[in-house]
Design a protein around this ligand. Structure first.
Ligand code: ADP
Ligand code: MG
Length: 234
């Protein structure tokens, strides 16, 4: 499935990233990421693997501007995350990123269609345009017959399909997916990961996906493992 268009443009450049957590009680500091540097190319599908606790989610949260860095630089597109205030970070997140997690985080009282529609409506897209985009993305993920169902009426795989559609609604440049199939059985995990790869190809997005699944890990253009706080090419 390595049929993505990989341009020579670097969309994410991380240099000498260090992330240390300080334990508030003991005062001890724990360095999770240390001297980590990587270039991620526009249009590429990147897989990140690593032992549990090695810092995969920490890294994704830093790239997604959901966590701070201790030192180093993280540049995403034209944004330098190390020097932005909270309101610019918010703008960056809603315009530049699509996020998918292990848990779907869908709003429980809203239908699949409303869940996909809302992020676009909230950043000022007209209701009509946001609805059209949301419907077309739900068709992309094979949910044309489930648009008006609330999350409780959907299967686990269907909820993740909604999460995939929602991640694309604001036409982000970069999709960050943290173990998006971690809660699914192996058959559904394959279906959802294939679907994610295919929409990423269709819309020429850049993907960074964390997974434990060995089969999924072979499907990207680049695969990295976090070892001792750094990314090693696999
Ligand atoms: N907010 C936090 N405060 C202190 N330690 C944290 C915090 N978040 C994560 N950690 C620690 O950082 C390490 C890496 O966590 P994480 O990035 O979630 O690992 P992974 O996703 O690879 O399993 C773990 O040892 C975890 O306990
Ligand atoms: Mg994790």
């Amino acid at each position: 499935m390595n049929n993505s268009y990989v341009s020579g443009n670097v969309i994410l450049k991380i240099e000498n990233l260090k992330k240390t957590y300080k334990d508030n009680i003991s005062g001890e500091s724990l360095t999770i990421l240390n001297n980590l540097s990587v270039d991620i190319f526009e249009g590429s599908k990147n897989i990140i693997i690593g032992e549990s606790g090695s810092g995969k989610s920490t890294l994704l949260n830093i790239i997604g501007a959901l966590d701070s860095i201790t030192s180093g630089t993280v540049k995403v597109g034209d944004y330098d995350l190390s020097s932005m205030d909270e309101s610019s970070l918010e703008k960056f997140r809603s315009k530049f990123l699509g996020l998918i997690f292990q848990f779907h985080y869908l709003l429980k009282d809203f239908t699949a269609l409303e869940n996909v529609f809302l992020p676009a409506y909230m950043i000022g897209c007209s209701k009509k345009e946001a609805m059209e985009k949301a419907k077309s993305l739900l068709v992309d993920v094979g949910l044309e017959h489930r648009m008006n169902h609330i999350p409780a009426k959907l299967s686990g795989g269907e909820r993740q399909r909604v999460a995939v559609a929602r991640s694309l609604i604001n036409d982000p440049k970069l999709i960050l997916a943290d173990e998006p199939t971690g809660n699914l059985d192996p058959v559904n995990a394959k279906v959802i990961s294939d679907l994610l790869f295919s929409v990423v190809d269709k819309y020429k997005k850049t993907l960074i996906l964390v997974t434990h699944d060995k089969e999924i890990a072979t499907k990207g253009d680049f695969c990295y493992k976090i070892v001792d706080g750094k990314l090693e090419t696999v």
